[in-house]
Each structure stands twice: as C-alpha cells, then as structure tokens.
Ligand binder design. Structure first.
Ligand code: FES
Ligand code: FES
Length: 185
C-alpha cells in the first residue's frame, strides 16, 4: 500500500495570493479567465470555489472526480500549466490566466493516449473512480525526473489512492509506456 502523501510535484498553487488579487472580485464573485483543454473560459464565481467544482459544476467536465475533497486521494488530479495538482485544493480564481488540462483533454475514444491504452491493456482499474486522477498523474510523471524502478513509480504515484487495489497493474501500465520513451528519466 503506497504511503499517503502528496508528492512535492503535486501541490496547490504557489502564487495563489497574487493570482487571487489579479482576478477581479466584488463582494460576492471573482471574475477570471483560464484555458481548459484548449478553450478559453471566463467565469464569475464565489471566490471560494475550488478548481474542481468550477470544472465539474460550471464547465460540466465531470471526468475529474471528487473523492475526499481535501487533498488525500488524488481523484481530482488535473494539470495546471503542465504540473499535476489536486484541483480540490486550488481556488479556481487563483488559476486566472492559467492553462488547465483535464482527463477530457488527453485523449479521444478513437485515439487514446498511450497511457489510457496501457491501462486498458494492463487492466489498471476496476470501478474506475480513481482512474482519471491516476491517468493525469501518470501523464505528468512521464516528464518528471523519477527513477526507473517500480518502487520509484509507486512513490511518484503515492498521492493517488485506489480503493479497488489496482496498484500493481497501474504500475505495470505506466512502466510499459515509460519503456517506449527512452528520454524518460
Ligand atoms: Fe482532491 Fe481527493 S478529491 S485529493
Ligand atoms: Fe476503483 Fe481505483 S479502480 S478506486
């Protein structure tokens, strides 16, 4: 069972206070613009709205899942400016000007991302609730300086929990894709 912690590469926004100041806010709403999966969106929301809720409830991108809603499970993982983050821990308004990628942005049914195909091939899921978050972490991991072993991958994926216990197959899927990318560290 992997340790329960958020990898250092997976954090909330470091410059959240500045971003929150840049987003236009009145007493009840903050107005901000970000790009999600290549499309620009301007939203006016309660400034306390998390990125996760903005994506799911306001942009109807429900592929990103809410598990614990406080940074413990990784089900809500998305990319902000190429880095994986727990979207339940980010204020949406703090993402003003940012580029966000969700599970809907990494592949199509007819053109799966190599990791999506590998998860299918290696049986890397059961109920699938954690799978979007697992995949978003795994996609980011391909460009992170982690070691080559299975235990290195387990450590890098330790912020993503799977109640079904598909961990070994998830590691196998990730390693099968890493093996095809000689530039991976
Ligand atoms: Fe965000 Fe669990 S829903 S970490
Ligand atoms: Fe069910 Fe991971 S596949 S929680």
């Amino acid at each position: 069972m992997p340790q329960r912690h958020i990898p250092q590469s997976k954090t909330t926004h470091a410059d959240t206070p500045n971003k929150m100041r840049r987003a236009k806010a009145d007493d009840s709403t903050a107005t901000f613009t970000f790009t999600v999966n290549g499309s620009s969106h301007t939203l006016s929301l309660d400034p306390r709205t998390t990125l996760l809720d903005a994506l799911r409830e306001h942009l109807h991108l429900t592929g990103t899942k809410k598990g614990c809603d406080h940074g413990q499970c990784g089900a809500c993982t998305v990319h902000v400016n190429g880095r994986r983050v727990n979207s339940c821990l980010c204020f949406a308004a703090a993402c003003d000007g940012d580029t966000i990628t969700t599970i809907e942005g990494i592949g199509e049914v007819e053109a799966l991302h190599p990791l999506q195909a590998a998860f299918v091939e290696c049986d890397g899921y059961q109920c699938g609730y954690c799978t979007a978050g697992q995949l978003m972490s795994a996609v980011a991991l391909l460009d992170e300086p982690i070691g080559p072993s299975d235990s290195d991958v387990r450590e890098a994926m330790s912020g993503n929990l799977c109640r079904c216990g598909a961990y070994q197959n998830i590691v196998s899927a990730i390693q099968s894709v890493r093996a095809t990318k000689p530039s991976s560290k």
